[in-house]
Design a protein around this ligand. Structure first.
Ligand code: ZN
Length: 115
């Protein structure tokens, strides 16, 4: 039992995905690895040293951190820079961009209704 230091990025706190450099297999912590009895929610760094890629069998050192898919990147104290945009997850950014696009289309169509 040891307390972890708090100086971690949000993406790290949300357990980043790791991708196998050899075969492209993606380890997603929220899914775990049912083939090897790894419970969902297990961070890649918490996997046993003996864990290997379930597809091609290479060791953990062949995996690269690809970041979390469901958390903002960067440190928590940086999130208020960039007009708050950094606070958003990639999904939220997509939603915003497509939402604005949709609003623009609706506005454009409403111009026809004026006549
Ligand atoms: Zn692999």
């Amino acid at each position: 039992m040891s307390d972890r230091p708090p100086e971690k990025t949000l993406a790290e706190l949300a357990s980043p995905n790791y991708e196998c450099r050899t075969c492209g297999y993606l380890y997603v912590p929220s899914k775990g690895d049912s083939k090897r009895d790894i419970a969902p929610g297990t961070a890649f760094t918490d996997l046993p040293p003996s864990w290997r890629c379930p597809v091609c069998g290479v060791g953990k050192n062949q995996f690269i951190n690809t970041g979390s898919s469901d958390a903002p990147s960067g440190f928590a104290e940086n999130l208020n820079y960039g007009f708050g945009f950094n606070r958003m997850t990639p999904d939220q950014k997509n939603l915003l961009i497509f939402g604005l696009l949709l609003l623009g289309i609706i506005f454009f169509l409403s111009l026809y209704g004026l006549n």
